[in-house]
Design a binder for this molecule. Structure first.
Ligand code: SF4
Length: 696
């Protein structure tokens, strides 16, 4: 630690939070290893934010000086040395593995972890522990869009074009996204588009700030987005907006889709979705007559038990209009978590190896095993998906130990009441975190780690642009990086080599492991990222420029053509009825991020968004006799949560909304449904049936 006082001039790095990964300069005073007076300045050289930041980014420096920061490992709630904590965790893991087999040890990661951490975590699970039981919280985030993109395009690069293309579009449809709150600098690109005369259409059950800024708001009944997409395609065909030349040259399977949407005439779709035919017609006209157009999806349409099919239906619409893989047009998933894109590419998913390879592909197993220096036959196969993994903990055939990095499932998992019980039934819970999150508070071993500006690593933003998040300030005494934790545990489990704690060394191995895969990083180096401000994958060699628009010439399917897939609408897994007559939908607010473990500890953010609330229509509030600001109980078949009533005449009268960032009784996920998408294994966070009661 530095012993003389000095002032740092500032280091160019990136925000700790969302997938926009806004560029920022972090400067701070440091004396005797203590960081003070952190200042944040937005960077103009990063196109995603181009000089803008949101409230969370401006206050991110407070994370570095936060008084609730963990700096000492805890074992059974008592302070311990690092050696004691790592020895204890490793010996318990070894004993559980010896008694019950390697799959008795599970590993859970996060979409905010750097690429290096996500990569080393996957290798740690499969090589040092030998378990197939690894998944991560990104499964709860954008997995349905990822599955739909792979289905249609053969590859998932969430936004397969630079974000600056948005400003050049003539029409943009956002289905289930609220960027004005979740990533405000994103809106600048849409504002530029609208200033040029472009049209913005937003499909959302709520009149969010994004919907309010749109030319058309399709205020849809929760859980009916798939029907809306089918109806829009029906209209596009009927009104002659389909691009026949593009379909013939660049796609397969349109005839089956054309037949499948023929029964989705507009009046039928209006009855199901609540969206007037005239608005659907205008949407199709805007998209169909645009020279350049984009279809974007967010969590609103993805976090459903039919999320993959819903996104597929929106991709079908985009394909029929001739958008994906053409200059200035396309389909994109707007990834949410900080490394939501990179975090899904390098092996922390249950079914995946680095480079976005499938774990059941023999060639992928052989390649990755050769980089890891192990026998391919010794690599485990696919494991349980995130919720299935959490739900199996402590059961007869399920894991008995869990190691958790970069996640807080006791707030963010669906049906959280059940997850609380599952975690309590474990023989060992090890949590790495920067603060005592709700999940860390339930752990046997807590390991305090470094955070964003205290460590170096790469992040891949929502465009697929690989960025360098640089170490900008000293870490407090007593913390170690997640890489060092993995290195220390691996050594104690008999792997003294192969798990370096230096991020660049890990990245060099990641480059080799990803070579030849869909997410090929082999041509990307720290030096290049620093010089070029980011490099788009795939980038197969150091003299390759990177690939901002991977589908311009061909899609990543065997024949190079995008695939139409017919899909059918069905109701939510849990529809409303007499006992539970209202839809609950959950989401985010501007001043909080994900489970709130970080942002609920930052004073300006808690002042702006202090507690859980229940947004409801004034007519509904009158029916149950509750006034604005009074406390409400929201009850589903799985549990009960509470929040302050917030009356809003723009929300549908059959729908209530709760943000999911809060703890204790304010946890919206006490209510949410665990019904899973059959392909992506995404839980149905976005719709379940509830009733309201005035709190006692
Ligand atoms: Fe950070 Fe996202 Fe806000 Fe940008 S938009 S400052 S990346 S939270």
């Amino acid at each position: 630690h530095p012993t003389t006082e000095h002032v740092k001039a500032g280091t160019a790095t990136h925000c700790p939070y969302c997938a926009l990964q806004c560029g920022m300069i972090v400067a701070a005073d440091e004396a005797d290893g203590v960081v003070r007076n952190v200042s944040i300045t937005p960077r103009r050289d990063i196109p995603a934010n181009a000089g803008g930041l949101c409230q969370k980014g401006w206050t991110a420096g407070e994370l570095l000086t936060n008084g609730e920061r963990l700096t000492t490992p805890l074992v059974d709630g008592r302070p311990a040395t690092w050696e004691e904590a790592l020895d204890h965790a490793a010996s318990r893991i070894a004993a559980i593995r010896a008694e019950h087999g390697p799959d008795a040890v599970a590993v859970f990661g996060g979409g905010g972890l750097t690429n290096e951490k996500a990569y080393l975590l996957g290798k740690f699970a499969r090589v040092a522990v030998g378990t197939s039981q690894i998944d991560y919280n990104g499964r709860f985030c954008m997995s349905s869009a990822a599955a739909a993109s792979i289905r249609a395009f053969g590859m998932d690069r969430g936004m397969p074009f630079p974000i600056t293309d948005l400003a050049e579009a003539d029409a943009v449809l956002i289905a289930g996204g609220n960027m004005a709150e979740t990533m405000p600098p994103f809106i600048r690109h849409l504002t530029l588009m609208r200033e040029r005369g472009g049209g913005l259409i937003v499909a959302d059950p709520r009149r969010t700030p994004t919907a309010a800024a749109a030319d058309l708001h399709l205020q849809i009944t929760p859980g009916t987005d798939l029907a809306l997409a089918l109806g829009l395609l029906h209209l596009a065909i009927a009104e002659g907006y389909v691009d026949d030349d593009y379909i013939a040259a660049r796609t397969t399977g349109f005839d089956a889709v054309r037949t499948s949407v023929s029964a989705w005439w507009p009046e039928r779709v209006e009855r199901i979705t609540g969206v007037p035919v005239a608005l659907m017609r205008e949407t199709v006209r805007l998209l169909g007559t645009a020279r350049r157009a984009m279809v974007l999806t967010g969590r609103g349409v993805e976090q459903h038990a039919k999320g993959t099919d819903t996104v597929t239906a929106f991709i079908n619409l985009a394909l029929a209009l001739g958008l994906p893989g053409t200059e200035g047009s396309g389909y994109a998933c707007i990834t949410g978590q900080g490394n939501g894109q990179g975090g899904r590419e390098h092996g922390q998913k249950a079914d995946q190896l680095p480079g976005y390879r499938r774990i059941d592909d023999p060639a992928a197993r052989a390649h990755v095993a050769s980089v890891w220096g192990v026998d391919p036959a010794a690599l485990p196969g696919p494991g349980r998906s995130a919720y299935e993994l959490l739900d199996a903990l402590g059961t007869r055939d399920g894991p008995r130990a869990l190691l958790l990095f970069g996640s807080n499932p006791l707030v963010s998992a669906p049906h959280v009441g059940r997850v609380i019980d599952r975690l309590a039934s474990l023989d060992l819970l090890v949590v790495c975190d920067i603060v005592l999150s709700e999940t860390a508070a339930a752990a046997d071993v807590v390991l305090p780690t470094t955070q964003w500006a205290e460590e170096t690593g790469t992040m891949t933003n929502l465009e697929g642009r690989v960025l360098l998040r640089r170490r900008s300030v000293a870490a407090p005494s007593g913390v170690r990086s997640d890489l060092a934790v993995l290195s220390g545990l691996a050594a104690r489990l008999g792997h003294p080599r192969g798990f370096p704690d230096d991020p660049e060394e890990v990245f060099e191995e990641l480059r080799r492991a990803s070579a030849g895969g869909p997410a090929d990083y082999s041509g990307i180096t720290y030096e290049r990222i620093a010089e070029e401000g980011g490099v788009f994958w795939p980038c197969p060699s150091e003299d390759h420029p990177g690939t901002p628009r991977p589908f311009l010439d061909r899609f990543a399917t065997p024949d190079g053509r995008a695939r139409f897939t017919p899909v059918a609408h069905r109701p939510p897994a849990e529809d409303i009825d007499e006992d539970y007559p209202l839809y609950l939908t959950t989401g985010r607010v501007l001043a909080q991020y994900q489970s709130g473990a970080q942002t609920r500890r930052i004073a300006p953010l808690t002042e702006a968004a202090p507690e859980a609330f229940v947004e409801l229509h004034p007519d509904l509030a009158e029916r149950i006799g509750v006034a604005d600001g009074e406390r409400l109980q929201v009850i589903s078949r799985r549990g009960s949560a509470s929040g302050v009533a917030r009356l809003n005449s723009t929300i549908r009268a059959d729908t209530v909304f709760m943000p999911f960032h809060y703890a204790a009784e304010g946890r919206a996920n006490l209510l949410t449904n665990t019904a899973l998408d059959p392909i992506s294994r995404m839980p149905e966070f976005k719709v379940c049936a509830v009733r309201l009661e005035k709190a006692a």
